[in-house]
Design a binder for this molecule. Structure first.
Ligand code: FUC
Length: 808
């Protein structure tokens, strides 16, 4: 059966819950389904570069699957394999130096302020710890010849990567998936007719790869030969030299992480690989060898000794042994069935159809290249669903949050350490989570912020002498919260506050009271820090942060350090507002809530500069700033992801934001482009948003495996891009549900099912010739909602079952 962009073959949550769409006009008028590959990435050749390999993941354990006939490579990751050990980077000298840094900034002596901050205020060590690969599993096949036909792909509906090829003797099928229920990666090999599989399984430890963003051309990881590295300790548990008649074989690999700066290594890791096959296994001191097999299933477990940010004393060998023991008594069909049903419970909740075109029949790599010239709306639907796949695969309850590369990272020194950069990147990773029906994937972010509220309380007390907690522009597995890298990047106190605002948004989407109670102390702690550290603007404009910066953007006076950048004022305004709402909803801390509310309205306001732009800084410096096309658009936080500035209530400030964004230009880094997409969508400029989306999904910003190209690979652009696609079609802010607010002419007809909106709403919608023709909204029974479409707002009440229907 032809598969649609999702709309035709799958029932929506709403339809599933109440059957409201069945047989209705919503179904009848659905957009033309796209044929063939709407949930599949596919290729006619194996991956040569890492950015051509296909990612699988269960939130914790990940692999990049290369699909090479003669030598399969699985590059593996485990989300707690980072450098270092528990450490405290706080610099107590900061507390004495900060008042002077603040005074120098107020006097306009920015360079001196920067020098003093460099010497006295920064974290020790200056850099945080890096994420790392778990190494490669290499399967080298004997007698492999060039296949007669070949294709490989990743099915987003089952989360299985498949490689198929034909030989003169038969056919070979490989299936790889990362099971969350069984906590193993499974690689199944099958040969048909006279074909038999004979191969050696070897392990290559993670190696240092050197990336430089400027000259990045792809990783140099296309190695065919296996190599080990010194710090790898390896042992075979199968008896040496025996052929095990029951068809069992295992490899156990153990190792130790690396240190970072003056932080000692402190994690051990283990990997266990078990082969279940009808062939013969030889297990000696070297690679495991399998011969004459029709079928072979490799079960791969990986773990580290990480327990939490303060405890790295776990036993990974015991963990991998237990996981392999559990999985290896289960038939392949049961492992696969449980994996698919676990995954589909999340993936199937949302579908999208934006129409199709002839380009949809091309292999994915060719489609990406062709999309610069050709109309390919189904590619945008695929990009959206791929982001959902990536989030499900990199961030599940109990795992680490998605880092700069999700969980997929080659080598031991990835770009920016593949850490958590929280001046945009980590927040962007979670932009699509709630609207795209994956609110559950936010749980790791909540736990990270809970950790940061502990480490960040130490930073607030020791470095600022303040209550509450603070964290700066980056964090790592150990939840380091002091300012890193140098003052120009790191001396920015609003990272934790922005994370809290993201977590508040999850409440606003879910309206889950238990979650709000868990969140409340985190928001309160973040707000207390600012109550203690905001200062009066000497020119009397209100409360401001100092020292701070507008993320990474140098101002005209030889630094980025400044007082009161717009983004800080906007973030703290939201933080205070969210605390006031939360405190009043929960009936807590009335005097503090009043104090925070009073401080909120005293925060210095946004200003419009001489050039008609929204000022990035408190002063009108924008037109003199050295980097006019800077990737960050921090002062537009107020437009998106916030809504302090919006088309309905603040048209003059929206006009200024448009001027700023136009001056910045459309093409930036991957995430910079994705942010611009979200902003143009929020400002109701559908065709402009669409042109930015085309740039994001074209070959300059999207690798053949559809990973976002910063460049190099950084996953935030995938997630920001998905959020932007939804933002063009449905928004919810300011107490309204807004339908088709930025519909581009390129998508005249289409449908969305199961998407979420603030206020605890689930929405199906359907449009034709740019007109909304079907709508189902589900929420709390009897609640009043305001729906805006085509510029008009109307108030409706959800019925006793919690539904509102239009055109249905
Ligand atoms: C911020 C950005 C860079 C990059 C890095 C991980 O520093 O300015 O572009 O995304 O994070």
């Amino acid at each position: 059966m032809a598969r649609s962009g999702g709309g035709v073959t799958r029932r929506s949550v709403l339809a599933g819950a109440a059957g409201v769409c069945a047989g209705s006009r919503v179904v009848a008028a659905r957009a033309q389904p796209s044929e063939g590959h709407s949930h599949r990435l596919w290729y006619r050749q194996p991956a040569m570069r890492w950015e051509e390999a296909l990612p699988i993941g269960n939130g914790r354990l990940g692999a990049m699957v290369f699909g090479r006939p003669a030598q399969e490579r699985l590059q593996l990751n485990e989300d707690t394999l980072w450098a270092g050990s528990p450490y405290n980077p706080d610099n107590p000298e900061a507390r004495m130096a900060l008042p002077e840094v603040r005074r120098l900034i107020a006097a306009g002596r920015y360079k001196e302020a920067t020098e003093l901050a460099s010497a006295k205020v920064m974290a020790r060590p200056l850099q945080q710890m890096s994420y790392s690969s778990l190494g490669d599993l290499l399967l080298s096949f004997e007698g492999a010849k060039r296949p007669l036909s070949y294709d490989r792909g990743l099915d987003l509906e089952t989360a299985i990567a498949t490689t198929r090829f034909r030989t003169s003797r038969g056919a070979v099928l490989r299936e790889a998936f990362a099971s969350a229920p069984d906590q193993v990666i499974v690689l199944r090999l099958q040969a048909s007719r006279d074909e038999r599989l004979s191969f050696a399984v070897d392990y290559r430890g993670p190696r240092a790869l050197h990336y430089t963003p400027a000259d990045y051309q792809g990783s140099a990881t296309d190695l065919v030969e296996a190599q080990s590295v010194d710090w790898l300790l390896r042992e075979d548990t199968a008896p040496a030299g025996t052929v095990m008649s029951d068809g069992e074989g295992t490899l156990l690999i153990t190792g130790r992480n690396q240190g970072g700066g003056d932080v000692a290594p402190g994690l051990t890791y283990a990997m266990k690989v078990k082969i279940v096959t009808d062939g013969r296994i030889e297990a000696g001191g070297g690679p495991l060898k399998v011969s004459g097999a029709r079928n072979a299933t490799l079960l791969i477990a990986g773990a580290t000794s990480y327990r939490n940010f303060a405890d790295a004393g776990g036993d990974p060998v015991a963990l991998v042994r237990a996981r392999i023991a559990h999985a290896s008594v289960r038939p392949y069909a049961a492992l696969k069935r449980d994996h698919i049903s676990d995954y589909r419970a999340l993936y199937d909740t949302v579908s999208i159809d934006l129409g199709t075109s002839a380009a949809a029949a091309l292999p994915t790599d060719q489609r990406i290249v062709a999309s610069e010239q050709q109309h390919d709306p189904a590619l945008h639907a695929l990009y959206f669903q791929y982001a959902r796949y990536l989030l499900i695969s990199s961030s599940r309850p109990g795992t680490q949050p998605a880092n700069l590369q999700g969980i997929w990272c080659d080598g031991t020194n990835p770009p920016w350490g593949s850490k958590y950069t929280i001046n945009i990147n980590t927040e962007m990773n979670y932009w699509p989570a709630d609207p795209a029906g994956l609110g559950i994937c936010i749980e790791p972010l909540l736990r990270m912020v809970e950790d940061l509220s502990v480490t960040g309380a130490r930073t607030a007390a020791e470095m600022y002498g303040a209550r509450g907690w603070v964290t700066h522009h980056n964090t790592d597995l150990w939840r380091a919260s002091a300012p890193i890298d140098g003052p120009l990047w790191g001396l920015w106190p609003s990272g934790g506050a922005w994370l809290c605002n993201s977590l508040w948004d999850h409440y606003d989407y879910s309206r889950d009271g238990a979650y709000l109670r868990r969140l409340y102390p985190l928001i309160k702690g973040a707000a207390l820090f600012f109550l203690d550290t905001l200062v009066e603007d000497p020119a009397g404009r209100g409360l401001i942060t100092s020292p701070s910066l507008s993320p990474e953007n140098p101002h005209p006076f030889g630094s980025s350090l400044c007082a009161g950048p717009a983004m800080d004022r906007q973030i703290v305004r939201d933080l205070f507002g969210n605390l006031v709402r939360a405190g009043r909803l929960l009936g807590q801390d009335a005097p503090l809530i009043d104090q925070v509310d009073a401080a909120r309205i005293r925060i210095a306001p946004d200003c419009v500069g001489q050039g008609g732009q929204l000022q990035e800084w408190l002063e009108d410096w924008d037109d003199q700033a050295p980097e006019q096309h800077h990737r960050h658009v921090s002062h537009l936080y107020a437009v998106y992801p916030s809504n302090q500035i919006n088309v309905r209530d603040t048209p003059a400030l929206i006009a200024a934001a448009k001027t700023s964004l136009t001056k910045r230009g459309d093409l930036a880094t991957g995430w910079g482009t994705a942010w611009r997409l979200c902003l143009w969508a929020r400002m109701a400029e559908g065709d402009h948003a669409y042109s930015v989306l085309k740039a994001l999904t074209g070959p300059k910003r999207t690798y053949p495996n559809m990973f976002d190209a910063h460049p190099p690979f950084q996953i935030d652009g995938n997630f920001g891009g998905a959020a932007g696609i939804l933002e063009m079609l449905i928004q919810s802010w300011g107490g309204e549900l807004i339908l088709l607010p930025a519909l581009p002419t390129a998508w005249p007809s289409g449908s969305l099912k199961g998407v979420r909106a603030r206020g605890g709403l689930i929405v199906d919608l359907n449009w034709h010739d740019a007109n909304l023709i079907g709508l189902v909204v589900k929420g709390a029974a009897g609640s009043a909602i305001r729906i805006r479409s085509g510029g008009k707002a109307r108030d409706v009440t959800l019925d006793s079952k919690g539904f509102y229907r239009f055109g249905a």
